[in-house]
Design a protein around this ligand. Sequence first.
Ligand code: FAD
Ligand code: SF4
Length: 517
Amino acid sequence: MDKRFDVIIVGSGAGGGTLARCLAPSRKNILILERGDWLKREAQNWDAEAVFQRNRYVSPDTWYDRDGQPFQPQVHYFVGGATKMFGAALYRLRHEDFGELRHHDGTSPAWPITYEELEPYYAQAELMYHVHGLRGHDPTEPPASGPYPCPPVSNEPRTQKLFDDLTAADYHPFPAPCAIMLDEQNMAYSTCIRCQTCDGFPCLVHAKADAEIVGVRPALTFPNVTLLRNAKAIKLETNAAGTAVTSVVAEVAGEKEVFRGDIIVVSCGAANTAKLLLMSASDKHPNGLANGSDQVGRNYMFHNSQAVLAISREPNPTMFQKTIALNDFYFGMEGFGYPMGNIQMTGKSLGPMYRGEKPLETALLPIGLLNELAQHAVDFWLTTEDLPDSQNRVTVDRSGNLTLSYTPNNQVPQQKLFEKLKSMLSHLGMHPEHLIPRNIYMKTAIPIAGCAHQAGTCRFGTNPKTSVLDTNCKAHELGNLYVVDTSFFVSIGAVNPSLTAIANAIRVGDHLLQRLA
Ligand SMILES: Cc1cc2nc3c(=O)[nH]c(=O)nc-3n(C[C@H](O)[C@H](O)[C@H](O)COP(=O)(O)OP(=O)(O)OC[C@H]3O[C@@H](n4cnc5c(N)ncnc54)[C@H](O)[C@@H]3O)c2cc1C
Ligand code: SF4
């Protein structure tokens, strides 16, 4: 293989996979280096036991917490990255999230770009990722230049009842934005079959609009794009002056290989991008590449998330449950003047998931009992913003061991959101005393391991002293190094992060197309 490229993209998830698709028509010679392989299509894709109990698609990595305790992070190394497993809930950040927002525990800082600057790219991202939704029902919805590209996913009877009960109680539920290739008008031809194993599972029939399906595969139809799988970048090398990256050193099938590129884009996920930059320290960049500011790895965020299940008085046979959401408390509520966050549904819980999430507590319970519980479960996902804190950070030792130091913040609004939902249950046909916390997405009792929504380790900004990247997501200190995964986030808001990473990758793609022209 010719090892010199116009652009090298490291990592093929929401950021990298999207960028590859945007740059593909440029006719430039593009290499995608991806440490993972294709996620194999196999029966286990939709097997809750294999996915949730045996962690079939979770990397065997070991990371360390701030006390040096090892844990297995819930990261997924495949073509398409974490989007292979995602719940496909693709939200825009709120308009207010781009400004400074006062929270219970402090201030969520302003972004260096406005919502208006990102809006056209949000629209393109929604089109590219087949987002289904309906504008005009979410009271916190930011302004949009057009409707969603696809109609909202319909509610099944139990979810419709929940929607109606919430509306009757004067709340404002809305159709959740959903990136699945479902054609309800013509199910015989729909790629998506509307199944129960979507959120947290790979899609066996390739109907989830993930970064492999709508990013990498279409990019590979262009002859100038090459994907190298099982190729793990281990170091970036610079010119003698330290002003530009010249090559990516990668382990490919156990052998070290060097790829030279004019433009290098890192998109390994927030923790691994920080790791790669820190591991690329040199004489000119002694604290790690692009790290003169000492900001690389800092301000790690991953949301204060709570997965909870409520017990419905009537059975809940819903197949695809992730169709409604509620933002009435996003910015607070009467009696509590701070942002609390978003409530949405998760995928329908299944008996084997409980055992995967809480192995000790459920060890003695027969699976039949867990299945019965699942039959009455209505599953919610609560997201509260965690604030950037420079001490919440990724560091790497000389051997490449990754430490994730994280001290939770903004816990009071998280608890308020939980209590608020609990207080609403009896009006929603559920047992009010039964709002049971779950560890979905973490599948372990160690919260820090649930890094599904990781973001913020290389924030962008206008000041090179306080940020790693400029507003084009180019490293302040290097002329040709870009980052397009969720690392660039300044704050994380309280909605799922992917659409913002995707929209930003398209925005950076526009900039790079101009630069390459
Ligand atoms: C179970 C689950 C459910 C989720 N649900 C949602 C949801 O409903 N909505 C939402 O918005 N978000 C959701 N997310 C989060 C979402 O998937 C991530 O925010 C998003 O994928 C982040 O994109 P990224 O480009 O930053 O990283 P990733 O998508 O993780 O991509 C990083 C890529 O880099 C590769 N890589 C890492 N290190 C190297 C290296 N050294 N060399 C080469 N390649 C490397 C990885 O293998 C991976 O392919 C979910 C995540 C999980 C795990
Ligand atoms: S609901 Fe549709 S997109 Fe999701 S896993 Fe099932 S078939 Fe795939």
